[in-house]
Design a protein around this ligand. Structure first.
Ligand code: ACO
Length: 427
């Protein structure tokens, strides 16, 4: 017999279905609640609210588990490339060699931007944050490609998906080149996805440029680790915006904006700025940890804490190890890494962090790697966006594949009850 939950309210008792996931997670299905009782639920920040059923990513925050389509993140990080992981997320299964080659070819083919994008970037101030210009440029793809906008046409969607994966690194690198006054670099489609991005970021037309395989591998790994994380703030944004049946480019542009915030993907930039400030001001790790414990929200230990992970973030473990590997292979000695390790050790022994179950998250060590490979701080979150793109796409597609209505939360109104307008001269 299917399990039910019972809700008693006044003299009414109603039964609510329990939905059980494949990993044993259970939810009370309240879809008929308002119709049956006139009640709604109140859950600010959605900490207890499941917004969908999904078969893309599984997280167990208590045990520190993350799986894409059932595969543990540790195994994917070891055995797959970023494009392979992207295929897995978007199409549901790992690709065969032929499928991967075909996908890679299609993505490679679409890397170039319309030439008018040069004018688009030139219209931006030099110090425009790359997340602002990337989201604007992403939304503007809808103006360049009116042939891939219909979310209900599978062929249009597929072309849009391949275009977006191919073009986001080009868009991001243009933002960077514009900010430093260097010429935009055309993509070189002989290179790998990540190699091409590095080329567009760091090459100039004047000097030969070789992609460093250590850097290429490290960035590919970071992209894999960022590729999806179920219903986080930016992904839920992509789904909510997409539920209005707006095109994919507009939905992803909204996701980029959500990711930018310092409580979300923007934390990677904040972490490195925090480490640099500690180094520059000469304050001790202990003093900083004490400051982070104050109730003043501006001094949080950035890169620590997570809404779901209450044990450890498995991505942070992999990134920390990669951080040591990459820095030693590049021969980089990083004062910032030393400070990060010290902060982590202090925080993990401190009652404040232990009681609140605050552990390093994906952003804590990633910035040290970005920094060591020569990436400017304001590009960190844009790199996160490139990594997160396949996840946003997969979630957007899954929402369209499932029966869904436009997303529309309710509220409990707490404002003034009806009153009359006093004419302005009497106020
Ligand atoms: N440093 C100091 N205190 C913290 C931190 C932190 N990094 N994170 C949470 N806390 C404290 C809060 O002050 C609060 O304390 P209180 O109970 O005494 O009021 C308690 O821990 C719970 O914090 P909330 O903000 O309620 O937890 P929530 O689950 O809503 O937030 C979040 C999670 C936003 C990630 C938070 O931990 C944070 O701001 N961390 C720093 C920013 C960061 O690293 N963001 C990246 C997250 S990963 C990602 O999005 C890719």
């Amino acid at each position: 017999m299917t399990e039910k939950a019972e809700l008693r309210f006044g003299d009414q008792t109603i039964e609510l279905d329990i939905v059980e996931g494949t990993e044993g997670e259970r939810a009370i299905d309240i879809q008929d609640l308002r119709a049956k009782t006139g009640l709604i639920t109140l859950d600010p920040s959605y900490a207890n609210t499941g917004s969908c059923e999904s078969s893309i990513t599984f997280i167990n925050g208590e045990e520190g588990i993350l799986r894409y389509r059932g595969y543990p993140i540790e195994e994917i990080a070891e055995k797959c490339s970023f494009l392979e992981s992207s295929y897995l997320l978007i199409y549901g299964e790992l690709p065969t060699r032929e499928q991967l080659d075909e996908f890679r070819e299609s993505v490679r083919y679409h890397t170039m931007l319309h030439e008018d994008f040069r004018l688009f970037y030139r219209a931006m101030p030099k110090d425009a944050h790359p997340m602002a210009s990337a989201s604007a440029a992403c939304a503007s793809l809808a103006t360049f490609y009116p042939d891939s906008l219909d979310p209900r046409d599978p062929r249009e969607v597929e072309i849009g998906v391949h275009r977006l994966i191919a073009k986001l690194p080009t868009l991001a690198s243009y933002a960077f080149k514009h900010s430093i006054g260097q010429p935009f670099m055309y993509p070189d489609n002989r290179l790998s996805y990540v190699g091409n991005f590095l080329h567009m970021m760091f090459a100039t037309p004047c000097e030969p440029f070789e992609v460093d395989p250590v850097v290429e591998k490290a960035l590919d790994l970071l992209f894999i680790l960022h590729a999806d994380h179920e219903q986080n703030c930016s992904t839920s944004t992509v789904r909510l915006v997409g539920s209005s049946h707006v095109n994919l480019f507009a939905s992803i542009s909204a996701g980029i904006n959500a990711l930018w915030g310092p409580r979300h993907g923007g934390a990677n930039q904040q972490v490195i700025e925090m480490l640099q400030a500690i180094a520059a001001e000469g304050i001790t790790g202990r003093d900083f940890v004490e400051r982070a414990k104050s109730n003043d929200d501006t001094s949080r230990l950035m890169g620590f804490g997570h809404r779901v992970y209450k044990n450890f973030d498995p991505r942070a473990k992999i990134i920390k190890k990669a951080c040591f590997d990459v820095l030693s292979r590049l021969g980089v000695h990083s004062k910032l890494l030393e400070i990060a390790v010290e902060l982590e050790e202090l925080a993990l022994k401190d009652d404040y962090f232990v009681e609140r179950k605050l552990y390093p998250n994906v952003d804590f060590y990633s910035g040290v790697i970005y920094n060591a490979i020569g990436t400017p701080e304001n590009m960190f979150t844009a790199m996160f966006a490139i990594g997160r793109l396949p996840g946003w796409i997969a979630q957007w597609q899954e929402m369209h594949d499932h029966k869904h209505k436009i997303g529309r939360p309710r509220q409990v109104y707490q404002g003034a009850t009806q009153r009359a307008v006093t004419p302005i001269e009497q106020r």
